[in-house]
Every structure is written in structure tokens, then in C-alpha cells.
Design a protein around this ligand. Structure first.
Ligand code: ADP
Length: 400
């Protein structure tokens, strides 16, 4: 089968991330980022696999203008990697919410576009921006097939008792209120990588995948399929995140409204001013909080303790949900890089069969075990690569 060039796109309301891959080798050729779309100082930066860098400020009013600049970068004689836009065979788009309709990546057609639009209600900050990117890219990359990879798709296999909220049942049927889960592409990628690294057979392997970065979620995986995950109707539920509260007593919302806050102020606080930032008052970034805690900042220390405790509770509860756990996989900016946070989370989990190994944990670079050789449950660090997974999905749809 001939090589294919796949462009992977992650469009936010004011940003556009892209990576171009050569498939099936999975070789990344170039990657870049457009920021501040719609503002006068919007800018693009790009780097090729062989280290050629390009950066320029240029006013980009909308996603179409951003894509034009991306194409300019990719085709540039000095900084680019292609001669013609027609060399791109497939474009894979990240879409946050696929509702109940999508359990896999799909080729985008009018029906898929209408479905993404319909789900905008459930992800008002993300789906409309994802769609803007799709519409702009479809006009520009006319010869390529376009695919959508949904953050929710991997969790479509959750059983009903795991996704159902204990609300009046009509809220599920009428408003589609249920748990959907997110970060699915990352959980799926590290799950398949875990099978590969450990040479285990999916059918009899249970995994808990812990994706912790600015956003975070924990997933219980049985036989390669998600059976529970910590995020819910929206990415607000679950573990403590950079600025998101994660789980809380829903009555707090009513209580805050009774104190004079509007519903939208509460929503904004829960999403943007809570989590590690809210508790520490220092930052949403783990590195800043770890530094502050080292300097004796008690609230920073509290944020670290609360974060680790919440993740630990999810690992414990998914151990109960799965019955037997073979692997706990750490990924995401924090999971991959913070040995200190991994240690905080894992060191007292001997009761569920985790024999933490501090030396291995401190030494790990890239993929590596962080439990002792005789640990009944093995913990592993596996760097995630959502773009690689999207490129694989697009390639497989393209060559089907
Ligand atoms: P996003 O969810 O936005 O993709 P990332 O997965 O990049 O976020 O994770 C960002 C988080 O990872 C930040 O809290 C950051 O402090 C943390 N992080 C990144 N590198 C390190 C490191 N070397 N040590 C500790 N924390 C790190």
C-alpha cells in the first residue's frame, strides 16, 4: 500500500494545532500552532521533524485565514515539507463531543456535520470551534478525505449503569443527560500502547488509564474497552484539574446562587477558577504549585495533597469496578513528567496490589515501569499521542 500524507487538526475557538504525518509509518513531518485567531496579533509557529523552525505574526481573522497560513507554512520552500497541497490525502479533525452517536472515528459528510452541530449544546465551547475548522478545511483541502475523531467515542462502550445519573429518567431521554467521558483518544492510544509494551492480550487484561494534564480523567478499561471514566456530561466532573473543580456536591451550585452569584458566574468559577488554581491561589500549573509548596506555601501543599488523594480514590474505585487490575497507566503532562505526583498517588496503594518502586519512578523517561518486578499490579508511564492516534484512524478510513 502506498504512503499517505495525513494532516491532523485540533481547532479551538482562537487556536489551531496541526501535525502532518506520513502513514502508515506514523512519521511526523511537521507540526505547528496558530494562536489568537481573530485578534490583531495572531501568530503561527511551526517546526519540521528535522528542526527547521518558522514563526510569524500575521492578522488572521478567522479559521479560513488560519488554514491559508498553515498551507503557506507547509508548502514554504525553506520551512515547509510539501510541494503541493494535493499531496495531502486525508485530514483528521478532533471533535470534542459526539454524543451517543459515534463510537468510532468517521468520514465526515453532511450527516456527520449535522450531528456535530446537534451536539454543540453539550459542548458549547468546543464543538462550534471544531466545526468551524472542519468547514474551512473542507473548502481548502478539496482532494482529501476528512474524518472526525471524537473525544467521547472511546467511552461509548460504558454500560448504562455506569453512565446513568440518578436523575429523573426523562432527563436522559429528553435532554440526553448522561455521562459521556472525554480524552477518549488519549485513553485509547495508551491502552493499545500498553498491550503492545506488556505483550498482553486485550481480552484478559484490565487497565486503569490515568490521564492527568491541565484537564484530567481516569478510565477503567476491560478487554480494551472503556467501562467507566471520571468525566461526565461535560469535562468538569471527576478528578481535580488545573482550573476545574472535578466532583463536588451539586448543592454547592444552589448555595452559591443563594449567596448572590449568577448561574453563569458559578459555571465560570467551576471551570476556570477552581481546581488546583482555586485551592492554591498560586497557579493552575503543577510546576508552579510544586515550587510554591517547596517554599512553604501551605495552600499549594494542600492543592497537591487534594489532587493526589482524588486520583488515588478513582484508582481505588475503578479497581473495585474492574475486580482485577493488571496495569495502571500514567499519561498527560503531569502523569508523564511529575515523578513526585505519581509517587504521592501510588505509594500507599499496596492494598490493591501496587508495589511502588521509587527508584524506577524517578528514573523513568518516556515509557517505563514504576512498580517493582513482583508487583501484582504493574504501573507504567506511557506518553500519550492523540495526534498519532487520529492519523492512524484517518489512514485506516482512507485505505478501507
Ligand atoms: P493539557 O491538558 O492542556 O494537554 P498537558 O497534558 O500538557 O495539558 O499538562 C499540563 C500540566 O503538566 C501542567 O500542570 C504542567 O505543570 C504539568 N507538567 C508538564 N511538565 C511537567 C514537569 N516536568 N513536571 C511537573 N509537571 C509538569
Amino acid at each position: 500500500m502506498s504512503d499517505k500524507k495525513i494532516l491532523v487538526i485540533n481547532c479551538g475557538s482562537s487556536s489551531l494545532k496541526y501535525q502532518l504525518f506520513e502513514m502508515p509509518a506514523g512519521k511526523m513531518l511537521v507540526k505547528g500552532l496558530v494562536e489568537k485567531i481573530g485578534l490583531p496579533d495572531s501568530a503561527i509557529k511551526q517546526e519540521t521533524a528535522d528542526g527547521r523552525k518558522w514563526k510569524t505574526e500575521f492578522p488572521m481573522n478567522d479559521h479560513t485565514a488560519a488554514f491559508n497560513k498553515v498551507v503557506e507554512g507547509i508548502l514554504d520552500k525553506e520551512h515547509g515539507v510539501l510541494n503541493s497541497i494535493d499531496e495531502i490525502d486525508g485530514v483528521g479533525h478532533r471533535v470534542v463531543h459526539g454524543g451517543e452517536k459515534y463510537s468510532d472515528s468517521v468520514k465526515i459528510d453532511d450527516k456527520v456535520i449535522a450531528d456535530i452541530q446537534e451536539c454543540a449544546d453539550l459542548a458549547p465551547l468546543h464543538n462550534p470551534a471544531n466545526l468551524q475548522g472542519i468547514v474551512a478545511a473542507m473548502k481548502l483541502f478539496k482532494n482529501a478525505i476528512h474524518t472526525a475523531t471524537f473525544d467521547t467515542a472511546f467511552h461509548a462502550t460504558m454500560p448504562d449503569y455506569a453512565y446513568m445519573y440518578a436523575l429523573p429518567y426523562e432527563y436522559y431521554t429528553d435532554y440526553k443527560i448522561r455521562r459521556y467521558g472525554f480524552h477518549g483518544t488519549s485513553h485509547r492510544y495508551v491502552t493499545s500502547k500498553c498491550f503492545e509494551v506488556t505483550k498482553s492480550t486485550p481480552a484478559d487484561t484490565n487497565i486503569i488509564t490515568v490521564h492527568i494534564g491541565n484537564g484530567g480523567s481516569v478510565t477503567a478499561v476491560r478487554g480494551g474497552k472503556s467501562v467507566d471514566t471520571s468525566m461526565g456530561l461535560t469535562p468538569l466532573e471527576g478528578v481535580i484539574m488545573g482550573t476545574r473543580s472535578g466532583d463536588l456536591d451539586p448543592a454547592i451550585i444552589h448555595y452559591l446562587v443563594s449567596k448572590g452569584m449568577t448561574e453563569s458566574e458559578v459555571n465560570s468559577v467551576l471551570n476556570k477558577k477552581s481546581g488546583m488554581l482555586g485551592i492554591s491561589g498560586v497557579s493552575s500549573d503543577l510546576r508552579d504549585i510544586e515550587a510554591a509548596a517547596k517554599d512553604g506555601n501551605k495552600r499549594a501543599q494542600l492543592a497537591l495533597d487534594a489532587f493526589a488523594y482524588r486520583v488515588k480514590k478513582y484508582i481505588g474505585s475503578y479497581s473495585a469496578a474492574l475486580g482485577k487490575v493488571d496495569y495502571v497507566v500514567f499519561t498527560g503532562g503531569i502523569g508523564e513528567n511529575s515523578a513526585v505526583m505519581r509517587a504521592r498517588i501510588l505509594k500507599d496503594l499496596t492494598n490493591i496490589g501496587i508495589k511502588f518502586d521509587a527508584d524506577k519512578n524517578n528514573a523513568v523517561k518516556g515509557i517505563g515501569y514504576i512498580t517493582s518486578d513482583d508487583s501484582p499490579v504493574k504501573a507504567i508511564v506511557i506518553p500519550t499521542d492523540e495526534e498519532q492516534q487520529m492519523a492512524r484512524d484517518t489512514y485506516s478510513i482512507l485505505t478501507k
